[in-house]
Design a protein around this ligand. Structure first.
Ligand code: DAH
Length: 339
């Protein structure tokens, strides 16, 4: 019986040592220690022993049971611990790994310059208004005193969508809409896209951007025009920039001027950008023609005003020293990421 017991113990301990899962261990517990288990079965055979042998054998069997139970428990916690370690390892987060870089977008250079311009004019009390890009001949030309035989009305210069419908060639159309909808005092700017049937090259694009300005009130004079536009030029190009008002002609203003600023590339010495003149033209302006005021129902004897139209693309290319206007429209990320 003792030999049998030793044999069971040996088998049990090597089986337990070899077990790898909790399920296997549980099966071994039932096999050796369960009610019908091998060690329990030996206890049941004790009846056949003599009275002296019984307590000794009983003690040995109990010892064997205890020992086996210990082995099983040890193995069980070993398996559990191993599983926990594996799980922990699999779930480890390496907090020293570099994070995923989030690329933020940036403003298109045209938008950045426009935002600055809006800030400047808003600080002088101007409202920002919007106007349609598809316009009628009436608003784009007629009300702006552009005569029927003016070359700008030619098919070669204007994109027509129908007999009287066109893509606006100038944001000036918004002046008329504003005067129809607001009573003086008026102080607005209207930024937006304009279209002309131009050939594409380094300085021309069939789509470009203007910012129209309009001021109408009692007693507005050329001094107000000069003051506002000089202030604007100094804020955009810096206080050392010279500003020159040149007589010019526009059908919707009288008198009319064009405004030049010192070339920011050469500082006025003359270079390729300013074609040797030392000046860059940035806008057209003038006192609103009495006929234009009248056509919008504003009495020119009581009110006067000035208007201006700034080319946003030229301003942007000179400010950032961009050599070709086409770059502004191609949306090449390698170009845009530089701003
Ligand atoms: N509309 C003119 C152009 O496209 C620019 C301009 C000139 C606008 C004089 C004005 C102005 O409001 O008064 O060339």
């Amino acid at each position: 019986m003792k030999e049998k017991l030793d044999e069971i113990r040996a088998v049990a301990s090597s089986a337990i040592a070899a077990a790898e899962t909790e399920k296997e261990i549980e099966e071994l517990r039932v096999r050796f220690l369960g009610k019908k288990g091998e060690l329990t079965a030996i206890l049941k055979q004790m009846g056949s022993l003599s009275a002296e042998e019984r307590p000794i054998m009983g003690q040995l069997v109990n010892e064997a049971k205890q020992k086996t139970e210990e082995l099983i428990n040890e193995k069980k916690s070993e398996i559990k611990e191993k599983a926990t370690q594996l799980k922990l390892k699999a779930e480890t987060i390496d907090i020293t790994m570099p994070g995923k870089a989030v690329k933020t977008g940036g403003l298109h250079p045209l938008s950045a310059v426009l935002d600055d311009m809006i800030d400047i004019f808003q600080s002088m009390g101007f409202d920002v208004v919007d106007g349609p890009e598809v316009e009628t001949d009436h608003y784009n030309f007629e009300c702006l005193n552009v005569p029927a035989d003016h070359p700008a009305r030619d098919m070669q210069d204007t994109f027509y969508l129908g007999e009287n419908l066109l893509l606006r060639t100038q944001t000036s159309a918004a002046q008329i809409r504003t005067m129809e909808n607001r009573k003086p005092p008026i102080r607005v700017i209207c930024p937006g896209r304009v279209y002309r049937a131009d050939e594409v090259d380094a300085t021309h694009s069939p789509v470009f951007h203007q910012i129209e300005g309009l001021v109408v009130d009692k007693g507005i004079t050329m001094c107000d025009l000069k003051g506002v536009l000089e202030q604007f030029a100094h804020e955009i190009y810096g206080p050392e920039t010279n500003v020159k008002f040149r007589p010019s002609f526009f059908p919707f203003t009288e008198p009319s001027v064009e405004v030049d600023v010192t070339c920011s590339e050469c500082g006025g010495k003359g270079c390729r950008v300013c074609k040797g003149s030392g000046w860059i033209e940035i806008l057209g302006a003038g006192m609103v023609h009495p006929r234009v005021l009248k056509s919008c129902g504003i009495d020119p004897d009581e009110y006067s005003g000035f208007a201006f139209g700034i080319g946003l693309d030229r301003l942007t290319t000179t400010r950032y020293k961009i050599s070709d206007i086409r770059l502004l429209f191609e949306n090449d990320k390698r170009f845009l990421e530089q701003f």
